[in-house]
Design a protein around this ligand. Sequence first.
Ligand code: ADP
Ligand code: MG
Length: 631
Amino acid sequence: MNANETKNDDEIGARLKRALADTFGFRSFRPYQEEIVRAILGGEDVFAIMPTGGGKSLCYQLPAVCSEGMCVVVSPLISLMKDQVDAALNNGIDAATLNSTTSSSEYREIAEHIDQNRLDLLYVSPERFKNPRFKELLKNAGPSFFAVDEAHCISQWGHNFRSDYLELGQIVDEFPTCPVAAFTATATEQVGQDIVSSLKLRNPHCVKASFDRPNLFYQIAYKEDVERQLLDFLKECPDESGIVYRSTRKSVEQTAATLVKNGYKAEAYHAGISDADRIAVQDRFARDETPIIVATVAFGMGIDKSNVRFVVHGDLPKDVESYYQETGRAGRDGAPARCLLLFGYQDVAIHRSFLKDYEDETARAAAEFRLNEMARFAETDGCRRVNLLRYFGETYKPRALDGDAEEDVAEGCGSCDYCVGACKRVDATIDAQKALSAMARTGNRFGASHLTDILVGNLTEKIEKFGHNALPTFGVGKDKSKRYWRYLIQALLSQGIAEIDPSREYPIPQVTSLGWEVMRGRRTVEIVERPDRATKKARSKAVRGAANLKDALNSKDRKLFEALRALRAQIAKAENAPPYVVFSDKSLVDMAILKPRTDKEFLECSGVGVRKLQNYGTEFIAAVERFLEEN
Ligand code: ADP
Ligand code: MG
């Protein structure tokens, strides 16, 4: 680079930074954002893989603001487009959407705006490209570039193929001078190749961001009683918004009912609910009117709600990809969020029983492999983040702590149950021998509930009927609870010390050859101490900081946060928009900590740009002042 180019480069950098602050209220770019923006402005095609919450929208919105013509964004879901347009308008970007719900009078109005070159961003659904009138309109306007969001929808190998996306191959032919930028959060090698070739990208600038989601706290516990564990978990994040995934419609309904009975605002969502009701539930969730949704995996696509503060899996996802995608819906705004997975061995058995439904053997084998990997991830010791990223072929590099000295580099991520010391391993050889002996002495024919009754010495009818109270094992485990013994049996199952016979209708644990070694005293057993015993103290050891918002704020700031959140809800209601479109949780956290009292201070808060200062500054600053006076 010569001196002139360097100067030019600095100038562009400064200009982009200013636009980032003025329009979006952000002080710095997320990884790869600036690189992508520059590539687009430089006329290159782009193919970018970035995780959910990585900030893909900004990659095309910022160049749209900085360049002359408009950017045409292709997006698969109407609900997503609507939200994105609302959010863009709220930042002062001129945006509109054309899709199947657009009325002809709206169409005329938007077409006029396009003609007069007044739009920065136009969101369209892919099937628009079948329409000659629409293409004519675009050609006359001369867009500056195209962005294809959720680009994996173009691939049959992807998990979300949409045939309409194939129309997008025309873009390059019909608009040869416009750069095309494709974005996705999930792309295997195959899907990536499909995207590049189907969109006919021309020597694209390729970017693959890390899949790490630094603000997510990962937690895995053995499943004992989903609803009790869930209620315990929710005590730690009261008033927060989140998603609870369950595997069946029935369990969704039940869990939702339990939450409601316990005073939580929760609703159920599954494929058995009518389309109209599903849309309504989703809408109430977006607007924080129903903060908690209990759902099957049918829920999630098409939700851009940035303030999802937790995702709980009450049942085991079928593979790590699904787990990553579903947990990825938490904390898009970058504020702390928690992900809890309840892992039960019986779930592996249930998924396994579905494998026989595959007709294609290769597909079945692949699904089985992925299921085994999921089980392995759930029960493998060590940092959850390291294990998760390893699955995606990424080596996690722990961040250096303050001081940056070599010794300061943490071993794990510091932000999962394992790293904060919530998962202490303890020796459980003697207890394992007791439990295995209960299995063996009853002929490996009884379920976990009966076995635990024997261990704690519970004289049930069934025990009397089989004379199991006469066994030497009867009552040997009285010193511990039934819950403990169920948990231990789970641990034995997941370590292969006991196993479930898949040919039986009910899950019956039985001793394996490893188990016999334990019984003979040739092998010791360690289990992870029950995670719910983890003390608060252990959690506060987290080097990455907070597991949830409560931890991020001291009690005074938390109070202000609540006041600001109430104000946000009120404004959102008046504007008929979801609250996160007004401000993200991250913005509110900043305001609660920084307590802005001037316009300049208000602009310092993440997510506050020029337009939001104009629209909301007075009200929020007044709320801060009121709070400071009262406290
Ligand atoms: P994706 O589409 O990749 O899942 P989004 O574009 O929806 O992610 O962005 C997720 C969140 O991150 C949004 O709330 C957005 O405002 C925020 N965000 C994007 N870029 C930045 C940035 N540079 N600094 C702070 N927040 C950002
Ligand atoms: Mg997105």
